[in-house]
Ligand binder design. Structure first.
Ligand code: ZN
Ligand code: ZN
Length: 379
């Protein structure tokens, strides 16, 4: 009888409001909100974030799926729609010491309809105004990553790339909150940012993880920018991984399948718990340039690749347009005394944000504008 009473009490907590971080763990189907779990050093259950001050814009408000420091993923609405991306493409090759990811950023699964429609119930909470746009993605990450000995922080934006063809972002929204809890994603746990890059902040059930479903260790579902693999949420016996099973960077070392061989190796796991993907980089991450949409033809118009020509720029990880644009950007960067990546990050995705660049670079806005325009005109 006592047992039954206890069970009923649990069922109330699990099922209906009020949600609460009660005594029995957090409760089935409930997760602790990650808000505020941003750290300046590696720490289990936290995100070691490069950015710790936020002034961006996020979802309008959080709904009834989150209360009292916990949230219930299953109770959160999804962005409706089933938009197919038949031209989604991703290729992975090992070229010398590098693993090269080439993609147009579109996922190999259907997505919700973005921008979020006014008639979509999700609109009440999240008015994501961005449309999904094709990107030029070219990432060159270490093929045989090694621990750096000193974990490094996770930047905003992309921290890795999924085998679905889409980007993986860190656990934070633009305001620095728990993104999966606040932002309304589609059924595949993805949505676009302002440059149109479709991305996940946590594990997507649309990632292919056959082993995980079969009660074995999850499959590889993506790569972090330091080259280490990101696997699905299940450990060696098919159990769902928890933060306490992993180190502060959200990974561990044991034998895995790596490029067709079984070998002991460090790797990350997605978990249901914040920070969901990585907590920091165990290896040395490449610097991911900002997303580069294919369509808008302003500062960085991109061209369809010719035969044998890789998508994206020859140097950069995410493409930066055609050769002429790249030469212009390089010339402008040189004249401004900054490197090309720094300039690209400062001006952001198209259209270029000269005001932001001025603040980031400490150079007069008019000067940046003038130098870039002159470089583009080839003068
Ligand atoms: Zn996002
Ligand atoms: Zn593992």
């Amino acid at each position: 009888m006592k047992f039954k009473t206890l069970w009923s009490a649990c069922a109330v907590v699990i099922g209906l409001a009020p949600l609460t971080a009660a005594a029995h763990d957090v409760g089935v189907g409930l997760q602790l909100l990650g808000d505020g779990k941003i750290s300046r050093e590696p720490k289990v259950g936290y995100l070691f974030a490069c950015q710790t001050v936020f002034n961006g814009r996020g979802a309008e408000r959080i709904g009834p799926w989150a209360q009292n420091g916990v949230w219930k993923p299953d109770a959160k609405p999804n962005v409706k729609g089933a938009v197919d991306w038949p031209n989604a493409t991703i290729t992975l090759t090992v070229e010398g010491a590098q693993r090269v990811v080439r993609s147009n950023g579109l996922p190999n699964h259907p997505t919700g309809l973005f921008p979020i429609d006014k008639a979509d119930p999700a609109y009440k909470f999240d008015r994501n105004p961005n449309a999904i746009a094709e990107q030029n993605v070219l990432l060159r990450i270490p093929a045989q990553p090694i621990a750096s000995g000193r974990p490094s922080c996770a930047p905003m934006g992309m921290i890795g790339f999924a085998l679905t063809g889409a980007a993986i972002f860190n656990a934070l929204d633009a305001v620095g909150r728990d993104a999966p809890a606040y932002e309304i994603q589609d059924v595949c746990s993805g949505h676009p940012e302002r440059g149109g890059t479709y991305h996940y902040h946590d594990y997507s059930s649309c990632m292919i993880d056959a082993s995980g479903k079969a009660g074995r260790h999850s499959d590889l579902v993506g790569y972090a920018l330091d080259g280490f693999g990101i696997f699905g949420p299940k450990g060696d016996r098919g159990q769902r991984m928890k933060n306490t099973d992993l180190d502060a960077c959200h990974g561990h070392t044991h034998e895995i399948q790596w490029d067709g061989q079984r070998r002991p190796m460090y790797h990350y796991h997605f978990t249901d718990e914040y920070p969901y993907s990585i907590g920091c980089f165990n290896g040395t991450p490449i610097k991911a340039p900002p997303p580069s949409p294919v369509a808008p033809a302003n500062l960085r118009p991109t061209i369809a690749p010719g035969p044998g020509q890789p998508v994206g720029g020859p140097q950069g990880q995410i493409g930066t347009g055609n050769a002429r644009d790249q030469a212009a950007l390089a010339a402008a960067a040189k004249e401004l005394g900054v490197d090309v990546d720094t300039l690209l990050i400062a001006i952001g995705p198209p259209p270029p944000n000269f005001a932001q660049a001025s603040r980031d670079l400490g150079i007069l806005e008019a000067r940046i504008r003038e130098v870039i325009q002159r470089a583009r005109a080839g003068r």
